[in-house]
Design a protein around this ligand. Sequence first.
Ligand code: FAD
Length: 303
Amino acid sequence: MWKHQLLTHFSSMTLFVDEPLSSYTYTKTGGKADILAFPKSKEELSELIIWAKNQSIPITTLGNASNVIVKDTGIKGIVIMLEYINDIRFEDTYVHVSSGMTLIDLSKQVSEQSLSGLEFACGIPGSVGGAIYMNAGAYGGEMKDIVEAVHVIDENGQLKSYTHDEMLFDYRYSIIQNSTDIIIGATLKLEHGNKESILEKMTELNHLRQSKQPLEYPSCGSVFKRPEGYFAGKLIQDANLQGKRIGGVEVSKKHAGFMVNIDNGTATDYKHLIAYVQQEVKRQFNVDLETEVRFIGDENERN
Ligand SMILES: Cc1cc2nc3c(=O)[nH]c(=O)nc-3n(C[C@H](O)[C@H](O)[C@H](O)COP(=O)(O)OP(=O)(O)OC[C@H]3O[C@@H](n4cnc5c(N)ncnc54)[C@H](O)[C@@H]3O)c2cc1C
């Protein structure tokens, strides 16, 4: 009933009913969303949030779905993807960017402006919003190094901003993980640089990524956070778990920190393989591996 009302109320928004999210996730797994919505503007997003709140319909925001495992039972309510909200404005070394832009596109655009500071992120397949939420990082850089302010819409549809300090950034953490806010954009602070050197650095890092990571398969990137004093990939490798397979999901033989979907794997396969690896690493080295990837969706999962 509510789905029909939503379609009528937001007739100009791109909306899909009972949409399989496996078409959108980097792992190529996950059940259906009751509604998948692509608002075209911040105003439309705000209106959708208010409507959902009034109807008590839950909202889940996805960025580029490169760090999530959507459960096989899917996601109840409205799933919002922000890829159409992706404008950008330059003001000297400041970049005002909306959260739907991908880091890959953003790094190309800032390099065109000879702005340096985002090279580390040029191969991370997330959106600006998802990367800020996760404080994504690579090759010695993290989003926290360049974020000046973050702009959000709260659950009442109100706009507000966080300063860099208010974001409480930490390793793969930001305060947004403990709120219901939706990141709609950010102000980044970069530096003037040399365009050739910036492009050279990006090419070098992308080659490194291609040589080390199993990018030919669907995956969610690093499954586990770096435990203090260790590297998750090295522990998994030393535990002889590379090639370990459950269902269609395998611990990558190329990079032990990745789990690749090699044969129609499911979110449940991911869940079981993750638990197996955690158990083995604990047994062999007494180290707890905490997931970096985020499980999203209904609790009533089949086993
Ligand atoms: C091949 C591969 C390589 C990767 N390499 C790296 C790497 O080098 N470094 C690294 O840090 N990560 C890496 N990742 C993981 C992933 O790309 C990052 O975590 C990325 O920042 C996730 O962004 P996303 O837009 O895809 O977020 P999603 O996966 O869509 O979402 C992640 C979380 O953020 C929330 N979220 C997303 N957008 C918003 C928003 N606008 N407002 C509020 N909440 C939001 C979601 O609800 C979810 O909880 C890799 C992944 C893959 C598949």
